[in-house]
Design a binder for this molecule. Structure first.
Ligand code: SF4
Ligand code: SF4
Length: 162
């Protein structure tokens, strides 16, 4: 399915989300890297060694949620834009996402923007909580957004402006 449509199958995604939900902290990175490719910036950039790629660089990355601090560094270091960070504890009604964003305009803290689903549809309004876009991010902004809980399994990115 992924290969034909570009949309990850529900089973694959649910398995990743369930792993996060069953971890004690209920926050951390979701690595949506489903193919074996020679790539490892997520692992080499992680300050806590929470991402393991073994036995060699072609293996799919795996996350150790005990070590992950949900910092988001791997998010903007992934060339495939394949990592999201989720914090399920952000509030009663919202999940905090950290996403990579390479389009313009870059939103500002406090903006309300459109939440976009995995199939490209506008599904909800989301609040921009924090934007980090410095030299370290190298034109890939790290944007924190608060997403209504009822949409967190579908949400994948934002649309800024009209
Ligand atoms: S969010 Fe931070 S701690 Fe967690 S895997 Fe990514 S870089 Fe490592
Ligand atoms: S950096 Fe991104 S594309 Fe490369 S292995 Fe890690 S998650 Fe996959």
């Amino acid at each position: 399915m992924l290969e034909k449509t570009g949309i990850v199958t529900r089973d694959r995604l649910d398995s990743k989300i369930n792993e996060l939900l069953s971890s004690p902290k209920r926050k951390g990175a979701i690595l949506e890297c489903y193919e074996e490719i020679p790539c490892n910036p997520c692992s080499t950039s992680c300050p806590t060694n929470a991402i393991i790629i073994k036995p060699d660089i072609n293996a799919k990355p795996e996350i150790d949620y005990e070590k992950c601090t949900a910092c988001g560094i791997c998010v903007y270091n992934c060339p495939g834009l394949a990592i999201l960070v989720l914090d399920m504890n952000y509030s009663e009604s919202k999940v905090l996402f950290k996403i990579s964003y390479e389009l313009l305009p870059i939103p500002n803290n406090g903006d309300i923007v459109k939440g976009i689903s995995r199939s490209g549809k506008e599904i909800c309004d989301v609040e921009v909580v924090k934007v980090i876009n410095g030299n370290k991010q190298d034109h890939t902004s790290l944007i924190s957004v608060a997403v209504p809980k009822e949409h967190f399994k579908e949400f994948v990115t934002i649309k800024v402006g009209v």
